[in-house]
Write a protein that binds this ligand. Structure first.
Ligand code: SF4
Length: 642
């Protein structure tokens, strides 16, 4: 029996895991006891991460669409087909009619090679990541304001040393119990005060000192109210902020159901503690104005520069930081180097021996706009179809002239593809992930995959066929190229057992104007606030979770239930299981009603995996011009018997 040390492939915490191997077969996963991230613990996903490798849903061979269905073919046939289609589109319509969408689950090496392939061989800057529908606001605004992307503190260890922690958005304690949840509780044991801001009453409330439960429309207003209280009470440590905050009008002083004294108390605790941290799930808080408000609050309080201060956005993807670091961003090369500046672009052109395309790259949703005339997409490592938030974008993807998918598992997106390539999943590939601390860690593999191939090697073979060979032979060679071209990674050594930290970037803090009219109460005709919640069962849509029988069982998708507080159900004359009609200004859905004491009166909770139902209520998502992320504003609904 052998053991292979690697990194859990599920979320951005990057827990150290051993895979146990018997006769070439992986038989178990367990935590690395002394790993500094998870310190001998794993959450349920980590404990069963080995099962994905034996999944029956793994792609076994390349496939080409023949008629209505995909047929297994030899590697050479699939590569010939794909390369000839790409060359054909590039020749007839230009490189800008092609696009590449990577995933924050790809290794750094795969993401870098994908980015390079797009810009040097396809001749397009339309290179984006599927994070666009979730963490985009966080990524862009943290970078603009603090010069960081996802890693807000020096290391997870510092979280234990904080004196105050605000937890907002996402069920952090249940979703990330072994790494983040455990550390927040340790901080509390060390004397820290914990402030939970969540409209759902939930189990962790017994661990917290203050639990503020604003209805969703009041969330931004509440954070801005805290910023104003901080100024009014002379608690700000950021001089320039005092003038700036006058520009922010989107706040109220009174919030239904929340005693003003609790807001004042929470503000005081957060501002007066020596070291305060804000923890949130970046896949959950997607409204750019909410992220702007949180960043403002952190800057005003002065809790942004120390190792035990700042914002910690948690991601449900294992390599969100790395994918962005590697340039899966339309206008940036690896290490956030501008593609349109001569001084940053020149080293890449010299090293790669090509001129980089000048066309402006598109984000995913721009690429799916029929007016942009993108004809072919390469989608790597993600079930994009399951993430598209509106029927219009889904229709556009389905109508694309050519789609090549690179994935380890058979997903809904594969079923739209013209050609599919099986890639080797974590556990069967080398490479590195960069976790949310900015810790670059090497993956271990149980052996070469008998089914798939590393993405970079498939892309290399495609480049051969397209007469512009990239000539990669190993992950290490790619990492050396990353180091040579990316100052952020230039000092990273892969010899450190528990990974090595990227240097911390710092810039002058920049506050944001939050241009939003405060709404603290729903309108009369739609008296309920709709909460679209990514609960634990949302993990049930994750491709790796679906690939594991035990995890599938753990993250059972809940029934299409809309949950309401029992007192609301009583006043509406509803009983559990009754059919109800939920109506918003954009549409209506029929659902059955479920009762839940954790739901605040006046709210209806729907789970995000009911994609069709939700999109009819939410209408089209909004595109934020500054961050280019798609997000939904608060939605108000009417509820009645169907
Ligand atoms: S917290 Fe994240 S990295 Fe750690 S075991 Fe769970 S899913 Fe894996």
């Amino acid at each position: 029996m052998d053991t292979i040390g690697t990194i859990c492939p599920f979320c951005g915490c990057g827990s150290g895991t051993y895979l146990r191997v018997n006769d070439d077969e992986v038989v178990g996963a367990y935590p690395i006891l002394k790993h500094p991230v998870n310190r001998g613990k794993l959450c349920v996903r980590g404990w069963w991460s080995n099962q994905c490798l034996k999944s029956t849903s793994r792609l076994k061979s390349p496939m080409i669409r023949k008629g209505e269905s995909l047929k297994e073919v030899e590697w050479d046939e699939a590569l010939d087909f794909c390369s000839s289609k790409l060359l054909e589109i590039r020749k007839s319509s230009g490189g800008h009619s092609l696009g590449v969408i990577g995933s924050p689950a790809l290794t750094n090496e795969d993401a870098f090679v994908l980015m390079k392939f797009a810009r040097t061989i396809l001749k397009t800057n339309t290179v984006d990541g599927s994070y666009r529908f979730s963490s985009s606001a966080t990524l862009s605004l943290l970078n603009q304001s603090l010069g960081i992307w996802t890693n807000g503190i020096a290391s997870f260890e510092n979280l234990e040393k904080a004196n105050a922690v605000i937890v907002i958005g996402g069920n952090i304690f249940q979703e990330f119990p072994d790494v983040i949840g455990a550390r927040i509780l340790e901080a509390r044991d060390n004397g820290a005060k914990i402030i939970l801001i969540d409209p759902l009453r939930d189990k962790p409330q017994r661990f917290v000192n203050i639990h503020l439960k604003p209805r969703p429309p009041a969330l931004i207003s509440l954070i801005n109210a805290m910023s104003n209280l901080l100024i009014q009470n002379g608690l700000s440590r950021f001089e320039a902020g005092k003038e700036f905050i006058k520009k922010i009008k989107s706040f109220a002083i009174e919030f239904p159901g929340i005693p003003t004294s609790s807001i004042e108390e929470a503000t005081k605790i957060y501002a007066q503690s020596n070291n305060s941290i804000i923890v949130y799930c970046s896949d959950e808080l997607t409204d750019p104005n909410l992220i702007r408000s949180l960043i403002n609050l952190a800057i005003l309080s002065g809790h942004i520069n120390g190792p035990e201060q700042g914002l910690i956005p948690i991601s449900r993807s294992p390599n969100l930081q790395g994918a962005c670091d590697m340039g899966l961003v339309p206008d940036l090369l690896s290490g956030y180097q501008d593609i349109d500046k001569e001084e940053t672009k020149a080293p890449f052109e010299k090293h790669w021996g090509v001129k980089l395309p000048l066309d402006k790259g598109l984000t995913i949703h721009e690429a799916l706009d029929p007016d942009q005339k993108v004809k072919g997409l390469l989608i790597a490592g993600d079930n994009l179809l399951g993430k598209l938030p509106s029927p219009e974008l889904i229709k556009s993807l389905k109508e694309m002239d050519f789609i090549a998918v690179f994935d380890g598992f058979l997903t809904d997106t594969c079923n739209l593809a013209h050609v599919v390539f099986p890639i080797s999943p974590p556990g069967e590939c080398d490479g590195t992930f960069t976790n949310l601390e900015g810790r670059v860690q090497s993956l271990g593999k149980i052996g070469d995959s008998k089914i798939g191939k590393p993405l970079w090697s498939i892309i290399s073979k495609l480049s051969d066929k397209m007469k512009h060979p990239l000539k990669y032979t190993s992950d290490q060679a790619i990492f050396e190229e990353i180091k040579a071209l990316t100052p952020l990674y230039s000092q990273v050594s892969l010899n450190e057992k528990a990974g090595m930290f990227l240097p911390r970037r710092k810039s002058k803090p920049k506050m944001f104007v939050v241009d939003e009219t405060p709404i603290n109460e729903p309108p009369k005709e739609f008296p309920f606030s709709l909460i679209v919640k990514n609960t634990l069962s949302s993990w049930g849509r994750n491709t790796l979770v679906k690939a594991s029988p035990i995890l599938k069982r753990e993250y059972l998708e809940e029934r299409t239930e809309a949950k309401v507080n029992p007192s609301d159900s009583k006043s509406l004359g509803l009983r559990p299981g009754d059919k109800i009609k939920i109506t918003s200004k954009d549409g209506e859905v029929i659902a059955s009603v479920g009762l839940d004491n954790s739901v605040v009166e006046g709210t209806v909770v729907f789970h995000s995996h009911f994609v069709d139902s939700i999109s009819s209520l939410l209408g089209k998502g909004k595109v934020d011009p500054q961050t280019k992320g798609i997000y939904y504003k608060d939605t108000f609904v009417r509820v009645g018997k169907a």
